[in-house]
Design a protein around this ligand. Structure first.
Ligand SMILES: [Zn+2]
Length: 66
């Protein structure tokens, strides 16, 4: 099991470590995340993890499956 994501009012940790002008809302939950520029993602890390579970390990991150 993974840790449940914090409330969407909490920014993604990546949003705290990147320049402020690279921060934007997650495409799925509107949480603040590192959206633009190098290393950015349209999804926050929690939505990305969920998407990768759906799409399978082809999305670079391999999750353990039963
Ligand atoms: Zn999200």
């Amino acid at each position: 099991m993974t840790t449940p994501p914090p409330p969407v009012s909490e920014p993604d940790p990546s949003a705290l470590t990147c320049p402020g002008d690279k921060v934007g809302p997650c495409a799925a939950c509107q949480r603040k995340t590192h959206k633009y520029g190098s290393g950015g993602s349209p999804l926050c890390q929690w939505c990305m993890a969920a998407a990768q579970e759906q799409w399978g390990p082809g999305v670079r991150y391999t999750s353990t499956r039963p």
